[in-house]
Design a protein around this ligand. Structure first.
Ligand code: PEP
Ligand code: MN
Length: 339
């Protein structure tokens, strides 16, 4: 059930409703918008007293009570009509400003990371990406620098002021990754690792949830529900291509997810054109398409020397191409009503 409170309701009145929801056997999740507060109440309506009467019992506090028909509740647009923004330091993702997160697939060395961080910042990126724990298909390939990589990301943040996004691969690393990351990335291979999603959510850090390799949109939204139902409303969805029969590209980037996620959910949608096609030569075109279709942000792999990258060399763009990309993107950002 979704309980919409009247505009300008005090914390004291909100607490009365929260207490009542708990008393009736439901778990409340509070979402505070600019003008009003919405409470999602999760519980089994077959075995608990209905919440439908809340509006009648507390007419001065409750504006409306609505059932959510969808299997995903808290991530749904029904639950929260207004688009949510995710705060990352001084930045707000999902708002008027368009954001670009950029950096190498893997953190390889201090020199590689700092050089990339400075270049992407100069070109206009606000978040630095870099994998310290890498989910590699083969166990014989570079697995990431681990904590040393996280420390380098923290150093790059200190020197450039960029926020940091990095992947959490295993539940056992949750505390360590949360200590260094401003945004926790959940990778495609772990998109339905529900225990990992719960652990990540409970850190309270913003979460970027990639779409799984063969994941249906409903499954992806339900995976997001694991984050919001564990007291973390700072969720972004990230489309990174799905596996199809096509072999010209590594994955098939599904840009239709942009309007679909916008219709179905209030959470921001981010596009990763790098894993999306596995081809550096397609990155600029895919970024333009994503911006034009209303994406809230991009996640792009950038490397000072892609040919020598320790992972995903074919899809990383050089520093020069990234700077050109940012310039070419500008008119698309303006045309889509962003800054
Ligand atoms: C990555 O961002 O480098 C990555 C491994 O992404 P994905 O989980 O989408 O494959
Ligand atoms: Mn990669």
């Amino acid at each position: 059930m979704i309980i919409v409170l009247k505009p300008g309701i005090s914390k004291k009145h909100e607490a009365i409703i929260l207490k009542e929801i708990r008393k009736r056997g439901y778990k409340p999740h509070v979402m505070r918008g600019v003008s009003r507060t919405v409470i999602g109440a999760i519980g089994d309506e077959l075995t608990h007293q209905s919440l439908e009467t809340l509006g009648v019992v507390f007419p001065e506090i409750v504006e409306s009570v609505m059932p959510v028909q969808k299997r995903y509740k808290l991530v749904s647009r029904e639950a929260h009509g207004q688009s949510s923004t995710v705060s990352v330091g001084k930045h707000s993702i999902g708002g008027k400003k368009f954001h670009v997160m950029a950096g190498p697939c893997s953190v390889e060395s201090e020199k590689q990371l700092l050089q990339t961080a400075e270049a992407v910042k100069a070109a206009g990126a606000t978040v630095l990406r870099g994998g310290a724990f890498k989910p590699r298909t083969s166990p014989y390939e570079f697995q990431g620098l681990g904590q040393k990589g996280l420390k380098l990301l923290a150093k790059a943040r200190k020197e450039t002021g960029l926020a940091v996004i990095t992947e959490l691969l295993s539940e056992s690393h949750t505390e360590m990754v949360a200590e260094y990351a401003d945004i926790i990335q959940i990778g495609a291979r772990n998109a339905q690792n529900f225990q990992l999603l719960i652990a990540a959510a409970r850190t309270g850090k913003p979460i970027l949830l990639k779409r799984g390799l063969s994941m249906k949109i409903e499954e992806w939204l339900l995976a997001g529900e694991y984050v919001l139902s564990n007291a973390n409303s700072n969720l972004m969805f990230c489309e990174r291509g799905i596996r199809t029969f096509e072999t010209y590209t590594r994955n098939t980037l599904d840009l239709a997810t942009i309007p679909i996620i916008k219709q179905e959910s209030h959470c921001p949608i981010v596009i990763d054109p790098s894993q999306g096609a596995g081809r550096a030569d397609l990155v600029i075109a895919m970024c333009k398409g994503a911006v034009a279709m209303g994406a809230d942000a991009l996640l792009i792999e950038v490397h000072p020397n892609p040919a020598e990258a320790w992972s995903d060399g074919t899809q990383q763009v050089s520093l020069e191409i990234f700077s050109q990309l940012m310039k070419e993107l500008q008119p698309f950002i303006v045309a889509s009503g962003r800054e």
